[in-house]
Design a protein. Structure first.
Length: 197
């Protein structure tokens, strides 16, 4: 079993109790709120919203509370997470899949999120390119994940976490123009907002 398969299996096992974790209150809830506030500033009324690495659909439930008319889509590689998401968020469409090969047509969403799952993506550059593929022209991608200064990443040889500059490069290579980069609480979370031209 590969490292990636073990990671997915771990989230499958965790799915039923995932939302009971203290991490939800300490990290995910504040990050989700800050992410939605950023989104509201750039997309006042999204029609189709995608959450990549949606887990149990918690962020999409918050999206529904803010934009009840939006069509909600969640994608996650862990089938257990998708099963729980379908139970808890019946108004959304959920798919088992990976960021690198999203099961969606081209130009089908105008707002995409990924919160604290990017460091799990197998091919991060390919994943951002596929998110860009499914965005409509003028659509936005808001990615929130851990970030550290370049010098620190170099010393510890961390490969799945990026500096601000590294994240900008990944977005630009995918055809997304970075609009904003903003630190979120907790301190080492960075939100990168990209727009598809």
């Amino acid at each position: 079993m590969t490292t990636r398969e073990k990671d997915i299996e771990r989230f499958d096992r965790w799915a039923d109790t995932y939302e009971d974790s203290r991490l939800q209150r300490i990290i995910f809830d504040p990050v989700h709120q800050a992410t939605l506030d950023l989104a509201a500033a750039v997309v006042p009324q999204p029609a189709d919203v995608l959450d990549v690495g949606c887990g149990t659909g918690k962020l999409l439930r918050r999206v529904h509370a803010r934009w009840p008319q939006a069509h909600l889509i969640g994608v996650d590689p862990a089938e257990g997470m998708i099963e729980v998401a379908k139970r808890l968020t019946p108004d959304a469409a959920f798919y088992t899949g990976r960021a690198e090969t999203l099961p969606l047509p081209d130009a089908s969403v105008d707002l995409a999120f990924s919160t604290i799952s990017f460091h799990h993506w197998h091919d991060q550059a390919a994943g951002i390119r596929d998110v860009a593929r499914v965005l409509r022209p003028g659509g936005y991608f808001i990615l929130v994940d851990m970030s550290f200064p370049h010098w620190l990443l170099k010393i510890f040889r961390v490969r799945r976490v990026h500096s601000r500059v590294g994240m900008q490069k990944l977005f630009n290579q995918a055809g997304l123009q970075v609009q904003v980069q903003q630190p979120l609480m907790p301190r080492r979370m960075l939100a990168t907002v990209g727009k598809k031209q």
